[in-house]
Design a protein around this ligand. Sequence first.
Ligand code: ZN
Length: 104
Amino acid sequence: MGLEELLTDIRDQSNGDKPTICPDCNVEYKYLGLGHYKCENCGRLETDDYGKVRDYIEQSPEDVGLDKTSIDTGVKVERIREMIEMGKISLVGGGKGEKTKGQK
Ligand SMILES: [Zn+2]
């Protein structure tokens, strides 16, 4: 588990899709979590690939396919597959996880 987390960290850092500096203010973004960033100077919000995919899946009422997620988010299929392999996301629609825990 520890090694897996470390590997995820390394891959995260080398992704290159994460916004780091606000282009308007030249200020470093604050990481809000779950792929969301904010410039505390101007309030500009940014989302990285992970955030886009995560938001998309959360907002989908049903399970979403890999291809459709890629098209709708603009994130490459390979990147999404990577996230799934890392266990960061699963292509299951928003409330689905809770429904399996006993919701009728
Ligand atoms: Zn800014």
